[in-house]
Design a binder for this molecule. Structure first.
Ligand code: HEM
Length: 416
């Protein structure tokens, strides 16, 4: 006999999710003393999971599917419709292979080099008296990196407007009212921009290097041998450009962490890639970004004595798993050296999802993210120096993604 699943008593909790944001599952894990509980969100029953054991369950694709799991407001802004995030089985494996084919060592070297190059350019072009917001600057720098790497042509005159439209896609999914509708409008504009390019590449009207994503995605064939329709090809090309632009959120957090932990910053002067990476990993663990991954149970099953009914919306708590006391010592302390000799499993550190890159939904761009953050950190510590003016560094736990209120401003910078 299955035992009753712990319940988050009360009516629909959608408002609590919006109010508590990243803390929603963690607060209930503590109050109910459980890694699995049932609640109601957006008018339906939902199961929340947290911790590495539960993450392993969530990524079992014989029990969970992605079809119909993402809320439509997220598909209409962040993901785009018809993208890899909502696919299962053979269709997912085929599409994911298209992404993973882009992620080789050569690509990582190219991206690291481009990040350094475009940061140099950005700070050279900004007068040294200017105050720069690291968050806003990174959006533009990373759009240039992403376009260069994917083969998407980008005019200098359009980079600021496009960087801002693309950031609307990840700033709007959880937003209400105007901000959300702005996200939908920007989604439709950037889709049009890339759809036109896909058509031009297919018609041979523009030349692109055959290894670039703009080319390979335009000519990719699905599991049945058909070309992707131009809308889907565009959504997938944007599934590279948009999240690369979104790494700017973590650049803001790098800026905040360097400011709050000057001793750690000191250790990074002349540091090698390994030490830079500990700091980056701690930023990805400590600061919030993606709150949950969403799936639906695909069959009825029992786990740890609890019954899971087929079709139930299930949320995996990404933020809370990275701070779960079973896996992390002093999770509330920022401590990069915790990563010295640390044992990673596919499920214990999941800021960008868990499980397998090729066969599951784990983020296709996790290494790209690490390379972009590491090159940025090295640049901020070892290539320039800057002052940090008085500003508001606090951020809201229900603002998704959370970014310090004044967007991390720096001034008086000079090249070392
Ligand atoms: C900004 C930092 C990033 C964060 C926080 C992040 C987070 C995530 C998360 C949580 C997922 C979903 C995992 C799941 O559903 O189980 C995901 C999926 C994905 N990410 Fe990222 N990501 C980031 C950067 C990137 C980058 C730089 C790229 C591409 C270069 C990328 C491409 C993708 C793709 C294509 C998927 C869908 C994978 C699938 O459904 O199989 N992401 N990411």
């Amino acid at each position: 006999m299955a035992q009753e699943m712990p319940k988050d008593d009360g009516f629909d909790r959608t408002l609590s999710v919006l109010k508590e944001g990243y803390g929603f599952v963690m607060n209930r894990r503590e109050a109910l003393n459980t890694d699995v509980f049932e609640t109601r969100i957006m008018g339906e029953k939902a199961i929340c999971l947290t911790g590495s054991e539960a993450a392993e369950l969530f990524y079992d694709d014989t029990r969970f599917r992605r079809r119909d799991a993402a809320p439509s407001r997220v598909e209409k802004t962040l993901f785009g419709e018809g993208g890899v995030q909502g696919l299962d089985g053979e269709a997912h494996r085929n599409r994911k292979a298209m992404f993973m084919a882009q992620m080789d060592d050569e690509a990582m070297d190219e991206i690291g080099m481009l990040v350094r190059q475009y940061w140099q350019l950005y700070f050279k072009e900004a007068g040294s008296l200017e105050t720069v917001s690291l968050y806003e600057a990174a959006k533009v720098v990373f759009l240039q990196v992403a376009c260069k790497w994917t083969g998407v042509p980008l005019e200098d005159s359009e980079k600021n407007a496009l960087a801002s439209q693309i950031s609307d896609l990840y700033e709007s999914p959880a937003a209400l009212g105007l901000q959300h509708w702005k996200g939908r409008r920007s989604r439709s504009k950037v889709n049009d921009w890339i759809e036109n390019l896909v058509e031009d590449v297919r018609a041979g009207k523009i030349e692109v290097d055959q290894g670039k994503a703009l080319y390979t995605f335009s000519f990719h064939r699905d599991e049945k041998g058909a070309l992707l329709d131009k809308e889907t090809a565009a959504v997938e090309i944007l599934n590279l450009i948009r999240p690369m632009n979104a790494v700017s959120v973590w650049v803001a957090m790098i800026g905040l962490a360097l400011h709050e932990h000057p001793k750690e910053k000191e250790k990074l002067k002349g540091a090698d890639d390994i030490e830079l990476e500990w700091f980056i990993q701690e930023v990805r663990r400590y600061y919030p970004f993606f709150p949950f991954a969403a799936a639906r149970t695909d069959i009825d099953f029992e786990w740890q004595g609890y019954f899971f009914e087929a079709g139930t919306l299930t949320l995996l708590d990404l933020y809370g798993t990275n701070r779960h006391p079973s896996d992390w010592v002093e999770p509330e302390t920022f401590m990069p050296e915790r990563f010295r000799g640390w044992q990673q499993t596919p499920f214990n550190f999941i800021p960008q999802g868990g499980g397998s890159y090729d066969f599951g939904h784990r983020c296709a761009g996790e290494f790209v993210t690490i390379v972009m953050m590491r090159a940025t950190l090295d640049f901020l510590v070892n290539t320039i120096s800057y002052d940090v003016p008085e500003q508001d560094f606090s951020f809201e736990f229900n603002d998704i993604p959370a970014v310090p209120n004044d967007k991390v401003k720096v001034n008086n910078f000079r090249f070392l």
